[in-house]
Design a protein around this ligand. Sequence first.
Ligand code: ZN
Length: 170
Amino acid sequence: MSTALDLALLRVSEPEVRQLLQACQEVKKRAYSVYSNFRVGAALITERDRHIITGCNVENASYGLTVCAERAAICQAVSRGYREFSCIAVTSDVQGVYCTPCGACRQFIAEFSPEGYVLLVQPGLSEDEYLKGKGAQIVAVSSLLPSGFTPADLHLPKHKEQDVTETIQL
Ligand SMILES: [Zn+2]
């Protein structure tokens, strides 16, 4: 059974969530996924000014350099001066199951939105169906990345120890 999307949890209005649903699917069409053929689209809405900012995955012949859609969207948001967003919607071409952000993206989302929510979107349904919770699911960032490393961890008290400065002879 699907239950209607909790827009209060996502901190978006109905017109805004409709925009997010459209935007993540639209930007997916621009994915540069020539190696994996796995297209992903992400769309976030900024807390201030309510801008929709999108990203798609961009792969590379040097596979490890691939940038995911979620990180592409967040980098663009930060570059445009927005560090707080209400929620991020993510979609792929996978049907019937929810495709969740990879580990790196979970860490990246948590950096800016540790208390936030991700809207997972399956392809091919109507906006009204999504709003009813069919093919769309809300998941807490804290449940995607439990016990994650956060900016606050950098300020925890540390055990003091000397650095090793000897050089290794080759
Ligand atoms: Zn990722």
